[in-house]
Ligand binder design. Structure first.
Ligand code: Z2T
Length: 818
């Protein structure tokens, strides 16, 4: 095996070699982009060597592998991470200095692969990071979308979406693997298999085939030699698709029709975050992902194993929500139709192979697909679903004889108003383990959304509370705080053993330490202020309280409740300009799905309020409001280290977990939040005295919803009324009462997520925050204790939980290359 050297000289030699032989240019004529690509290749070389050793160790050990199937991955930028993980950053500075460039210049060319929407996609990336760090043999499978999550801009305050052509300048982190291509089918017909007496085996003749071209990105572990991969599939037309005769006849469009249709499958990420949109192309994407991935999993299994008996012992497949659940029917089809296993054996293998993570409680986010669509697109899979359902409902009937209503509720097929397949039901029926992503979420899943299943199979249900990687979200994002932590704890072991952060707790009473903690936060806020001014023109004060709400725009997350607070502050200051208010910067970040009109209107309103606040000479002395455009992982890494206050104000019972809440707390932000998702577990750990709790709990919210009249809150609370009236009266629309009318109507009409019911409690809580902020040492103490007590929220712990409860996999140590 070729080895790369580990010295500065080796690194420098390889850098010049790559510039010349890989990039094909010389130092005299190299551009900044050449410099970046060459550096990326040189860093990548270090990881390739580890990857080769990892693959060899895995081959030797023939271990049980985790296969993580996810329609989304939000990996974030790769350069800094890979420099850190390969321990080569120290080489770059002297070399760059010699050449008259900086690492910051080079990093400006590093593009983040935005192959996801939000929490679910970023969780997938954190889990893969932790699996590699814990030496777990694992592969992530996903789709190589040509266009990732759209880029967000604002025109007159309204969101405009631009395509994210993320590979325009090439992606130096990726390897293509053309030998592992797969061909998969769609549409067509099914027929009896002649030699099958049971009638359960059938023959599918697809009407269309598509090629899946794999490429992979390296996923290095931190502080270990393991490098796993994430394999991404891109759709290509099968070879014969180009119609030369039509082209020759001048019918150019028709000549490439089949190619375009095939390649559209992986063209673009669907930008809907927990609001399902049942489009045929999306279902095609889902099946494309799992059909290619399963073939690849089987190919890998067969490298070291034969027969099928050992399959569930060597393969564990984790379904990241229901998006990849067609893998269940595809495995059944491969085993029964193509490998001629009998149905019961195939079903037993399938059930022992799959596990399912549910990420939501919102009924509108539970995927269902029309039977009619499935019958057309995947006719054989629809037959398999019917068969699975038939046998499953027999089981139910045996357990609850004559309970027709329960059978109707449990069925994989929903009958009314049209026949649809309930993907979550299919996932539960086919999985060994089902998990929620925070304690409350798991409990509510069992009590409500999946209640009948929890009654039927109580032992199937588990909780695995989400986590985040401290490497990216503390060490890389917040080098200042990291250095301070390492100095205090006497080393960097906390990065792979995050519980060690509790060693910071005594420092919360050390005034000198608090001073340095505050200085780190202050410097991070100054960095953020630069970015904010560059992208919005708004000047913010690094000494002001930095109040952060960063997440997708969604009604249940209640950005509008935050906005009612902002408008109330605006009104209070205008009423009394001498008011002794704490200087505050309210920073929003987040995208709205392009078809989610009410949230796009809310974004417009946030920008309009920001404008009114920031241009009012009296108000802007105390308050600034910014909606930072194009929130993504890279921007999160700048905002999170600067945050003083973390807004986690979803209506209780609606946010499955949240993970931004964890990232912010680990960076010393204090949370104002409801008893929702993982907020509860954060509060349990940091202590009630270091957490600002307000609002209805999940039970109270469900009760209140039954007989709710938002107008009563509006009429009874003058400040609330003034805030709503300011919107309704056109104060933020140059007097136009129509523009934001729908926002007001939603609040006073149904107020689906009880923002008005929680308004007063929220405002009182914000007043308590102002009091707390006036005591700098007291605030810094809370901040330190938040970081010190959140070690539990490392995704390393999450992965260990999955290993112990669900995966039952063991690490495979990869030896050092020497
Ligand atoms: C998503 O990001 C989440 C849930 C979804 O349900 C879909 C998407 Cl794209 C179908 C989020 C949850 O909203 C959030 O609470 C959770 O922390 C995150 O997944 C990771 O589990």
């Amino acid at each position: 095996m070729r080895s790369v050297g580990s010295t500065l000289e080796d690194f420098e030699r390889d850098l010049f070699s790559n510039l010349y032989f890989q990039r094909g240019t010389t130092i005299e004529s190299a551009s900044g982009s050449d410099g970046y690509h060459t550096l990326a290749l040189t860093v990548r070389d270090r990881l390739v060597e580890r990857y080769a050793r990892t693959a060899a160790a895995h081959y030797d050990a023939n271990p049980r592998f985790v296969y993580y199937l996810s329609a989304e991955y939000l990996l974030g930028r790769q350069l800094r991470q890979n420099l850190l993980y390969s321990d080569t950053e120290r080489f770059v500075h002297p070399i760059a200095e010699d050449l008259g460039v900086t690492l910051e210049d080079l990093e400006s060319y590093d593009v983040e692969p935005g192959l996801g929407n939000g929490g679910l996609g970023r969780l997938a990336a954190c889990l893969l990071d932790s699996m590699a760090t814990l030496d777990i043999p694992a592969v992530g499978y996903g789709i190589r979308y040509e266009f990732g999550i759209f880029k967000q801009g604002f025109r007159d305050g309204a969101q405009v979406e631009r395509p994210d052509d993320w590979t325009f300048y090439g992606n130096p982190w990726e390897f293509s693997a053309p030998d592992d291509r797969q061909v998969i089918g769609f549409y067509g017909t099914t027929a009896r298999a002649l030699d099958d007496p049971s009638g359960l085996r059938r023959q599918w003749t697809p009407g269309e085939t598509v090629r899946g071209e794999p490429s992979h990105m390296l996923v290095p572990g931190y502080g270990t030699q393991t490098v796993n991969i994430i394999r991404l599939w891109q759709a290509r037309a099968s070879r014969e698709s180009f119609d030369l005769s039509r082209f020759g006849a001048g019918q150019y469009k028709e000549a490439v029709e089949d190619i375009v249709r095939a390649e559209n499958i992986s063209k673009v990420l669907y930008p809907d975050d927990s609001t399902e949109q049942g489009r045929e192309l999306r279902l095609k994407q889902q099946y494309f992902l799992v059909a290619c991935s399963l073939r690849d999993i089987i190919r890998r299994y067969r490298l070291r194993n034969s027969g099928w008996d050992a399959f569930p012992a060597k393969v564990v497949i984790q379904l990241n929500d229901t998006h990849p659940v067609m893998a269940v029917t595809e495995l059944m089809r491969l085993l029964v139709d193509e490998h001629h296993l009998d149905w019961d054996l195939a079903w037993s293998i399938t059930r022992r192979t799959f596990n399912y993570t549910c990420h939501t409680l919102l009924p509108e986010a539970l995927e269902t697909w029309p039977v009619s669509l499935l019958e057309r697109l995947l006719p054989r899979h629809m037959e398999i679903i019917y068969a699975i359902n038939y046998f499953f409902l027999q089981e139910v009937e045996a357990t609850y004889p004559g309970d027709a209503d329960r059978i109707r509720r449990l069925s994989i097929i929903q009958e009314e108003p049209e026949k649809r397949v309930r993907m979550a039901h299919l996932a539960v029926v086919a999985s060994t383990a089902v998990n929620g992503v925070a304690e409350l979420h798991t409990r509510l899943l069992q009590a409500t959304t999946l209640r009948d299943f929890a009654e039927l199979w109580p032992q199937k249900f588990h909780n695995v509370t989400n986590g985040v990687t401290p490497r990216r979200f503390v060490r890389l994002a917040n080098p200042r705080l990291s250095a301070l932590i390492s100095e205090r704890l006497g080393g960097e072991q906390w990065l792979t053993d995050l519980d060690r952060l509790d060693g910071l707790a005594p420092a919360a009473d050390d005034p000198a330490f608090l001073e340095r903690w505050r200085a780190a936060k202050r410097a991070n806020k100054a960095d953020l202020a630069k970015q904010v001014e560059k992208s919005t023109g708004v000047v913010i004060d690094p000494d002001a309280l930095c109040d952060v709400m960063i997440k997708r725009f969604h009604e249940y997350k209640r950005q509008h409740l935050k906005l009612l607070h902002v408008i109330t502050l605006f009104n209070r200051i205008r009423e009394n300009p001498d008011l002794d208010l704490v200087p505050r910067t309210v920073l929003f970040g987040g995208k709205a799905a392009p078809g989610y009109h009410s949230m796009k209107l809310l974004i417009r309103l946030v920008n309009a309020v920001a404008d009114a606040v920031n241009t009012d000479p009296l108000v802007s002395r105390h308050l600034k409001v910014v909606l930072l455009p194009d929130y993504n992982v890279s921007r999160a890494q700048v905002i999170i280290p600067a945050a003083d206050l973390s807004e986690q104000i979803s209506l209780a019972g609606k946010e499955a977990s949240g993970t931004g809440n964890m990232k912010l707390a680990l960076n010393g932000a204090v949370t104002i939040g409801t008893l929702d998702g993982a907020n509860i577990e954060i509060r349990d750990r940091v202590g009630a005295e270091n957490f600002f709790l307000f609002g209805l709990d999940a039970h109270e919210a469900a009760e209140a919803r039954r007989d709710y009249h938002p107008r009563e809150y509006y009429e009874r609370d003058p400040e609330l009324r003034a805030a709503v009236d300011a919107i309704a009266g056109g104060m933020f629309a140059k007097g136009d009462r129509g523009l934001f009318g729908p926002v007001v109507d939603a609040m006073l009409g149904r107020d689906e997520y009880l923002a008005l019911a929680d308004y007063r409690a929220y405002l009182e809580c914000q007043d308590r925050i102002e009091q707390a902020w006036r005591d700098p040492d007291g605030w810094a103490r809370m901040s330190v204790l938040n970081a010190a007590r959140c070690g539990f929220f490392s995704s390393d712990r999450t992965v260990r939980d999955y290993c112990d409860l669900i995966w039952r996999v063991e690490p495979v140590r990869v030896l050092d290359g020497g």
